[in-house]
Design a binder for this molecule. Structure first.
Ligand SMILES: O=C(O)c1ccc(O)c(O)c1
Ligand SMILES: [Mg+2]
Length: 596
C-alpha cells in the first residue's frame, strides 16, 4: 500500500521534513498548514520539491471550526476556505482535512453541519478538491467517527467523505468494527497513530504522546483490518504529535516511522516481508576498550579464560562455560572508550535474519571485515550496537565466527556461566523505536516498561526476550543525556550459585559494588531468611528479589568505562531483572563514582 506521513510528525523545517520522509521510503506526505506558513518556499516551490523527492501531497490540513455555525459565520468560513483551495491548487493537493469544530459558536445540529459541509464540498469540487471530515476526540459536538460519518452520509455530496484517525477512534474507546459500515470509497483518508495507554485528558494525550503504530498500547493493526475490509485504497498515513519526535533528528524518526508501517502491513496481511527468524541464544557479547588491562583483570576475576585470539584483528575471545566475551582493542575503542559494542545472536538462519532486518530498514554491515574473515551477517540496531547473526559450531555449511579465532594456551575454566541478559543504553529519544526494532526485526517479545528511580533522574527500562528466555536484552534510557546513563550498560552472567561466584570473584581480586546496610535491613523486614543467609548477602552486596515464579539473587561488579557485570542466580520461573533493587544499585553506583 502507499505510505504517507504528516509533516507534523517530524522535526525541522519543511524541506528537512520532506527530505527525511522521502529518504525513509514514504510515497507521500500530509502537509501541515503551520509547516507551510513557516516555509520560505511558495506553495508551487513546495509542490516542485515534493515532486523532485518523489512525494505526492496526499493531504493538506487542517481546516478548523467550519461547520454548524450561524450563517454569517459560515459565510466567513467559506471565504477562508476559498483562499485555502486556491493555495492547494498551487500545492498540488487534492484532499483537505476538516476537523470537527471545537468552537463555542458551533451548534449541536447535525442537519446544519451536513448542510454546511455539503456547501463547502461544492466549493471544493470547483477546485477539484475533496473534503475529508474528521471527528476530533475532543470535538465540541462531534467527537466520534460514527457521528462524523452520519453527518457525511446525510450531506450526500460526492466531494465530501470522512477521514478516520486511529487515535481519535481508539482513545475514545469506540468500537472500530463499525468502520466496516462505511463504504470504502467514502473513506477519503486514513491517519494512523498509536499511543501509550495513559489516563489523561484526551487532547493532551493526542498532542503530546502519540507514537508510531506498534509502539503504544492500541490495536492499530486491528483497526486497519476493519478499514481494509471496506475496500479503502488510499494511503496509510502516519500523523503523530509527539514531544520527543519534535526534538529528535528527522532522518532516523522517519525511518522508525516507515518501519512501523512495514510491520503494520505485515500484521494485516499485506506487503511482503521475509518472516522473522527468532534468535535462539547469545553467541557472544563484544566489548571495545582502548585499554585491555582493566577489562582482562575483571574477566579473569569473574572466572573467564582467554581462549583464543582473532587471526587478523586485535580481538580476544574470553570464555566461561557458555558465556563468551570478545574484547576488541581496535580503533573504535579509541573513539568510544570501554563499552558494549556488539552482540552475537544465535540464529537458526543467519542469512534470512539479515534479510528481514534489511527489509525493515536496519543498516546492513559489511559481511566480511577482512578478506580472510568468515562472512557474517550483521546489522546495526538504532543505538548503534552491532547485531551479528551467528551459527556457532552448529552447521558446517554455515560460516562460524569462531573460525576467525586461533586458540591460545589457557587453563581450562572451571565455573559454568552463560549470559543471562544484556542491558543496553538507548539514546534518550529512541526508547520506543528500540523496542519496536527488537520486536519486529528480531521477533522478540517486549515486556512491560518499568520506571526506575535514579538519584539524578529516571531510568526507564524494557526487556525484549525470546520465548525460552535464552535471549534477554534490557533496553534502558535515562532522563538525562549521557552522564546518568553511565551505569545502565551491562552484561549479566547467570551462575549456579551467586554466593560462591561472588566469593570467588572477590578472592580473585574483583571489586563488588557495596550496597548500603539499610537495604539489607529492609530485606529482613520483607522476607524471612535462613540463619546467616542475610548476613552473607550483606557481606557480599547481594541483592534479592522474588516474584510468583521464584527468587532472584544478584550482585554487581565495579564499572569499567561504560560497562559493568552483574552476577545473577535466577530461579527458572522468575521473569524479572531485579528492577525493584535497581534504585539502590544506581545510588550505589553514583556514590562510588570518582568525584567530578
Ligand atoms: O490536534 C489537532 O488539532 C489535530 C489536528 C488535525 C488532526 O488530524 C488531528 O488528528 C488532530
Ligand atoms: Mg488526525
Amino acid at each position: 500500500m502507499r505510505t504517507s506521513i504528516a509533516t507534523v510528525s517530524l522535526s525541522g523545517s519543511l524541506t528537512e521534513k520532506l527530505t527525511a520522509a522521502s529518504r525513509a521510503g514514504f510515497d507521500g506526505v500530509e502537509i501541515f498548514e503551520n509547516d507551510l506558513l513557516a516555509s520560505p518556499l511558495s506553495p508551487r516551490e513546495i509542490r516542485a520539491r515534493c515532486a523532485d523527492l518523489g512525494l505526492s501531497v496526499d493531504l493538506y490540513q487542517p481546516m478548523r471550526d467550519i461547520e454548524a455555525v450561524p450563517d454569517d459565520e459560515f459565510g466567513r468560513n467559506l471565504r477562508r476556505a476559498r483562499h485555502k483551495f486556491e493555495l492547494m491548487r498551487e500545492l498540488g493537493a487534492d484532499t483537505v482535512l476538516v476537523c470537527s469544530s471545537v468552537s463555542p459558536l458551533a451548534i449541536d445540529d447535525d442537519g446544519l453541519a451536513a448542510e454546511q459541509l455539503s456547501r463547502l464540498a461544492a466549493l471544493a469540487q470547483d477546485f477539484g478538491i475533496r473534503v475529508a471530515y474528521e471527528a476530533l476526540a475532543w470535538g465540541r459536538h462531534v467527537s466520534t467517527y460514527d457521528h462524523a460519518w452520519r453527518i457525511v452520509e446525510a450531506a450526500g455530496h460526492p466531494a465530501l467523505g470522512t477521514c478516520l484517525d486511529s487515535f481519535h477512534i481508539l482513545s475514545r474507546g469506540s468500537d472500530p468494527k463499525g468502520i466496516e459500515d462505511i463504504p470504502g470509497a467514502k473513506i477519503f483518508f486514513l491517519q494512523l497513530a498509536d499511543a501509550p495507554l495513559l489516563a489523561m485528558d484526551v487532547l493532551q494525550w493526542s498532542r503530546h504522546y502519540r507514537c508510531f503504530p506498534g509502539q503504544g498500547g492500541f490495536d492499530v493493526a486491528g483497526l486497519v483490518g476493519h478499514v481494509l475490509r471496506t475496500g479503502y485504497d488510499g494511503p496509510l498515513s502516519l500523523e503523530v504529535f509527539n514531544d520527543v519526535f519534535r526534538q529528535a533528528e528527522a532522518g532516523p524518526t522517519a525511518v522508525d516511522a516507515h518501519r512501523s508501517l512495514l510491520v503494520l502491513q505485515e500484521a494485516v496481511g499485506v506487503g511482503e516481508l521475509p518472516a522473522p527468524v527468532v534468535p535462539t541464544g547469545v553467541a557472544f557479547a563484544e566489548l571495545v576498550t582502548p585499554d585491555a588491562e582493566p577489562v582482562s583483570a575483571l574477566l579473569g576475576a569473574l572466572g573467564f579464560a582467554r581462549t583464543a585470539r582473532h587471526r587478523s584483528k586485535p580481538v580476544d575471545l574470553w570464555e566461561q562455560g557458555e558465556a563468551r566475551i570478545l574484547v576488541n582493542t581496535g580503533p573504535a575503542a579509541r573513539r568510544d572508550g570501554t563499552g558494549l559494542a556488539a552482540i552475537g545472536l544465535e540464529s537458526p538462519d543467519p542469512r534470512a535474519a539479515a534479510r528481514r532486518a534489511e527489509a525493515l530498514l536496519a543498516p546492513v554491515l559489511p559481511r566480511r571485515r577482512a578478506p580472510e574473515d568468515a562472512p557474517l551477517d550483521a546489522v546495526a540496531a538504532p543505538d548503534g550496537t552491532e547485531l551479528f547473526f551467528c551459527a556457532t559450531g552448529r552447521d558446517p555449511e554455515l560460516p562460524d565466527w569462531r573460525a576467525d579465532f586461533a586458540e591460545v594456551p589457557h587453563e581450562p575454566g572451571s565455573a559454568a556461566a552463560r549470559i543471562d541478559h544484556l542491558a543496553l543504553v538507548q539514546p534518550w529519544h529512541q526508547y520506543d523505536e528500540a523496542a519496536l526494532f527488537h520486536r519486529s526485526v528480531l521477533g522478540l517479545h517486549a515486556q512491560e516498561s518499568v520506571d526506575v528511580a535514579d538519584p539524578y533522574g529516571l531510568l526507564r527500562s524494557r526487556a525484549v526476550t525470546n520465548a525460552d528466555g535464552s535471549v534477554r536484552i534490557a533496553l534502558g534510557v535515562g532522563a538525562a543525556p549521557a552522564d546518568d546513563t553511565l551505569h545502565a550498560q551491562h552484561i549479566a552472567l547467570a551462575v549456579e550459585d551467586v554466593v560462591a561466584a561472588a566469593r570467588a570473584f572477590r578472592a580473585a581480586g574483583g571489586g563488588l559494588l557495596p550496597i548500603p546496610a539499610n537495604y539489607h535491613d529492609d530485606l529482613a523486614a520483607r522476607y524471612e531468611f535462613a540463619d546467616g543467609e542475610l548476613e552473607t548477602y550483606r557481606g557480599l552486596g547481594i541483592l534479592y528479589d522474588r516474584d510468583a515464579g521464584g527468587v532472584f539473587r544478584h550482585c554487581y561488579t565495579r564499572t569499567v568505562g561504560r560497562v559493568f557485570f552483574e552476577l545473577v542466580e535466577r530461579d527458572p520461573g522468575y521473569r524479572g531483572y531485579g528492577a525493584q533493587n535497581a534504585p539502590v544499585r544506581l545510588a550505589a553506583q553514583h556514590a562510588g563514582r570518582p568525584a567530578r
